[in-house]
Design a protein around this ligand. Sequence first.
Ligand SMILES: Nc1ncnc2c1ncn2[C@@H]1O[C@H](COP(=O)(O)OP(=O)(O)OP(=O)(O)O)[C@@H](O)[C@H]1O
Ligand SMILES: [Mg+2]
Length: 404
Amino acid sequence: MSTLTIDPVERLLDAAENGKSLIINREILHFTYIPNTILHRNEEQEKVTQSLLPILKQSRPSNLLIYGKPGTGKTLVVRKVLLKIQERVEKSNFPIRLIYTNSKEETTLYGLLVSFGRQLGLSEKDLPTTGLAISEVFKRLLKVITKEQINAIFVIDEIDYLAHLVSKTGKDILYQLTRANERLQKGSLTLVGISNDLTFKERLDPRVISSLGEEEIVFPNYTVEQIREILEDRISMAFMDGVLEKSALNLCAAMAGREHGDARRAIDLLRVAGEIAEREQTLSINEEHIRAAAQKIEENKEVVTLQSYPLHEKLLVIAVMKTSGLSTGEIYTSYKNVCKMTRQKELTQRRITQMLSDIELSGIITGRIIHQGIHGRTKKFKLAISPEIIKETFKNEIIFQDII
Ligand SMILES: Nc1ncnc2c1ncn2[C@@H]1O[C@H](COP(=O)(O)OP(=O)(O)OP(=O)(O)O)[C@@H](O)[C@H]1O
Ligand SMILES: [Mg+2]
């Protein structure tokens, strides 16, 4: 039979049935998977456990702040410790509540506190999802803790997102939250904050820092060698024996360790490389697959960022793409032009200048300060990603069709 007559769908289904799959268990490479052994994190597991240990003796642990670069195992370790304490609690019937929230998912302080309340057992009636003043939400939380004499540990993961978002009153609540324990006659509240932004402290109110950081634990970066061992552990469960070439493993560890040892990036690379290799129906995963995976992940990040922008941010990115000028003034002219072509009302130059800085922060454009002698200084911007990605991402939005 000539290859032309083989149906492409049949071919893939055949391959899957014949067991030519490289990946045995995809879930093991998913970010929510909790591995049995957490390598190279014994000391951190001990420190976190030590710090929270008083809760089992019905006394209040200190507030705790955990730092470390992305992918250094902070969430993993904290979740495991909570899980283990929870197992003991269930056996003993202590009035202990371990509550985990992530401020990236709960994007307002109100949402975060409501999520906290729900996990304390407050219903919609006791604590409506909208409409109360923050201080009232806070009062109700403290009330239930006192009434039921609960010892609560409240973990706020990615707490830096919260610090970005909170308003003036919000900041005050964050402070009150860290000091809540002093207001409780019965029960207790311990706050655990996790952050991967090492500069986050500088942006917080010093009062919040001093009470949140009663204790601090820093997660160091993994070395390339440690990343490799973490990967080997996963590989043995996730892939068929021997399908990952040794050189590919080394490259993967090296790439993930290039900036700092990021275990998440390493595992992501591996998963995507495995998928690419499967699609190509090769028998093993090699260095090329790892490189292709890195590129795919990078592009994906940019696409997601672009898609998440509000309209005028998108217009502005297109304006930067279309202009050959680099100064804020030239970009603003181009932006006005783009607005005209899409029949949008333009924003002021001041707003646009601010917006350029925000877009720069997310890495889509880069800015450079140029000193101009007696004329002072000016900032020049250019695209940091390929125009093709912008065109590809926006081409299906009708409003942009005539301009890209
Ligand atoms: N020591 C380890 N052993 C096995 N897997 C690990 C280890 N450290 C991290 N991982 C895995 O790497 C990924 C990232 O870890 P984790 O989510 O804990 O990072 P993090 O420090 O919370 O990062 P971020 O600050 O970005 O939230 C997860 O899939 C986790 O299971
Ligand atoms: Mg995390």
